[in-house]
Ligand binder design. Structure first.
Ligand code: 5GP
Ligand code: ZN
Length: 136
């Protein structure tokens, strides 16, 4: 398999590993969008959230607070974003991963949520809920 994160997991290509156990691996993102930018992956190859089995998700997410606190206590950021991209064109590596991005006063990260509240009334919100509920 040509998955770059499987190769990192298997030690076939080098990485800066900060945590590893039988279920997950956490290592520095090569780009260091901010100081300490870390990826956590399940050891099992899963493409993205749409394929993620519940037990793999549980194993991964239960370890995130430990890694987040290590980053917080090490780098003393003002906060930390958790980001996960799924499917093209958002996702560039197709082995599920969660970005932990410590944030600093003057970093270059821009994450902003547009506010479209003015476009929605009670009926509009409820219509969205009804649509999604059909698919759960
Ligand atoms: P995505 O866009 O799929 O959410 O993020 C993929 C991430 O993997 C990018 O932030 C990119 O910098 C990182 N990445 C890609 N190749 C490598 C690599 O070989 N080593 C490490 N440590 N990170 C990588
Ligand atoms: Zn993989």
């Amino acid at each position: 398999m040509s998955c770059i994160f499987c190769k990192i997991r298997d030690g076939e290509i080098p990485s800066y590993k900060i945590y590893e156990d039988d279920k997950v691996l956490a290592f520095l993102d090569i780009t260091q969008a901010t100081k300490g930018h870390t990826l956590i992956i399940p050891k099992r190859h899963v493409k993205n959230v749409f394929d993620l089995p519940e037990d793999v998700a549980a194993d991964l997410f239960r370890r995130i607070p430990k890694i987040a606190n290590a980053l917080k206590n090490t780098f003393n950021p003002i906060g930390l974003n958790i980001i996960n991209n799924n499917d093209k064109p958002l996702q560039s590596v197709f082995h599920y991963h969660v970005h932990l991005v410590p944030r600093y006063e003057k970093d270059e990260m821009v994450i902003s949520f547009p506010n479209h509240m003015k476009d929605y009334d009670e009926k509009d919100y409820q219509a969205l809920v009804n649509q999604v509920k059909i698919n759960i």
